[in-house]
Design a protein around this ligand. Structure first.
Ligand code: FRU
Length: 489
């Protein structure tokens, strides 16, 4: 069947290969999504920036390729900002968009090193056309080999631009008055957090704690590359601390490792720049795949999707301040109907949802844990296949088990069970779940435990089961929303 795994409400390239989100910026009523793109094949190849725009983060309009290779190399990951004050001088005093990306050049000879330097492109027509800056590259350091993925933001207290990029297994921070001339400020990361692979795609932004704008902290994202000895493959960690325009200080113990997602398929996520202050959200999107097997997933004309866009918050309480995430509220527009259950005692073996058939849908549920060892849902199920989204009451963990989810033999690292620690609150568990043609995203609690996993079920695997094991549990409420497709096929 044609395109049986094509997601219905996640962003995918029309055809060919995609990886990291790039150049996320909001300007003039539009969210821009650029992305690492290989326009001539369905595996990774010479990198371009693909481009799409959206008025609502839900429906995307595909645009032509924005940036292609030139004499400095291929176009690797990077960011974009609105240069409101024309600090760059590109726009004759008006505002405009500036993209800051890595120019990657392969080694000239065997045994040589690749060259990675940072460059600029600008657009005075709302991102429709781009001009590369004739002074490229603007930032280089010959002593560093992996030196890429610049994320730029305006730091209001110092009234300067900051740039953070990944360098081997640290990040380097720079500042600039004009986006063209960069001064080294500091390096962070040695001995801090996880070093299981090369560091990539950092981000750094400020968030209020518990919504209190007078109490803020800085969050750093660092994606950690795949390495053969770690089954998890590529994933993203985060740090929480302070930042003064020059130095980032991690407020947790250096050995503390905080993961953004406990599934396998959320990598290289970064946040949108210039979301208006009256909106106030910090929204990010991740690449919904894993370098372990990304190039062999069983799709044909296209390969890879993005996660849904997610809004980030910081919550205090417990032993430390925690990052939480939730799907953006705009996705509610895709809801067509609602099916509701209230106060239902669940026993072993029964399934009150047995009549339902669902392919692409959202669920919000709250359980009260009883005697059960385990409870939860089986989605995209049939006699032969199922993906389990469960809670283990003894281990106090949320998990997704995709062992029997469908096509899984394309890579030995694909099948498996992925878990996240999550304590019940007043004996209750809240779940927000998004299921698409080839993915599940589970937000546990307030979104402090998140699992994003690809699955490849058959189109007819549409049964839905709510289950318990080893005793009863109570389903306090369940709202199921079938979701409309964003694809106009
Ligand atoms: C992360 C990454 C980046 C790089 C890009 C190349 O997935 O390896 O570090 O810029 O992909 O496509």
């Amino acid at each position: 069947m044609r395109d049986k795994y094509r997601p219905q409400f996640h962003f995918t390239p029309e055809k060919n290969w995609m990886n990291d989100p790039n150049g996320l910026v909001y300007y003039n009523g539009e969210y821009h999504l650029f992305y690492q793109y290989h326009p001539h094949g369905t595996t990774w190849g010479p990198m371009h920036w693909g481009h799409a725009v959206s008025g609502d983060l839900v429906r995307w309009e595909h645009r032509p390729v924005a940036l292609a290779a030139d004499e400095h190399g291929e176009i690797f990951s990077g960011s974009a900002v609105v240069d409101w004050q024309d600090t760059s001088g590109f726009f004759g005093g008006k505002p405009g968009l500036v993209a800051i990306f890595t120019h990657h050049r392969n080694p000239d000879s065997d045994g040589g090193r690749p060259v990675e330097r940072q460059s600029l492109a600008y657009s005075g027509d709302f991102g429709r056309t781009w001009t590369k800056y004739e002074g490229n590259p603007v930032l280089a350091d010959g002593s560093r080999t992996d030196y890429r993925d610049p994320k730029v933001f305006w730091h209001e207290p110092t009234k300067r631009w900051n740039l953070i990029l990944a360098s081997g297994q640290t990040v380097c921070i720079y500042y600039s008055p004009n986006l063209k001339d960069w001064t080294f400020a500091s390096e962070f990361g040695e001995g801090e957090g996880a070093h299981l692979g090369v560091w990539e795609c950092p981000d750094l932004f400020e968030l209020p704690v518990d919504g209190d704008e007078t109490r803020t902290k800085w969050v750093m994202f660092v994606s950690v590359g795949s390495s053969p000895e770690h089954p998890e493959g590529s994933r993203t960690q985060y740090f929480i601390g302070s930042f003064d325009g020059t130095v980032f200080r991690n407020e947790n113990a250096p050995e503390t490792v905080l993961w953004l997602d406990y599934g396998r398929d959320n990598y290289a996520g970064v946040s949108w720049s210039d979301v208006p202050a009256e909106d106030g959200r910090r929204i990010y999107i991740g690449w919904m795949s894993n370098w372990k097997y990304a190039q062999v997933t069983p799709t044909e004309s296209w390969r890879s999707a993005m996660t849904v866009p997610r809004a980030l918050s910081l919550r205090s309480g417990g032993e430390r301040v925690t990052l939480t995430q939730q799907p953006v509220r705009e996705l509610e527009r895709l809801r067509t109907e609602v099916y509701q259950w209230r106060d239902h005692i669940l026993g072993e073996g029964g399934n009150p949802l047995s009549g339902m058939r669902l392919g692409c849908f959202e669920m919000i549920a709250e359980f009260e844990s009883g005697e059960a060892d385990e409870f939860g849902f089986k989605v995209r199920a049939s006699d032969a296949r199922e993906t389990v989204l469960g809670y283990d009451t003894r281990k106090q963990e949320l998990f997704v088990d995709r062992t029997r989810s469908g096509e899984a033999g394309f890579h030995e690292g694909f099948p498996g069970r992925h878990a996240a620690k999550l304590e019940l609150r007043e004996n209750r568990l809240r779940l927000h779940i998004l299921v698409d043609t080839s993915s599940v995203e589970v937000f546990g609690g307030d979104g402090e435990a998140v699992i994003t996993d690809l699955i490849f079920p058959e189109s007819e695997d549409q049964e839905l089961v709510v289950y318990t094991k080893g005793g009863s549990a109570k389903l306090l409420f369940l709202d199921i929303f079938p979701l409309q497709s964003i694809r106009d096929e």
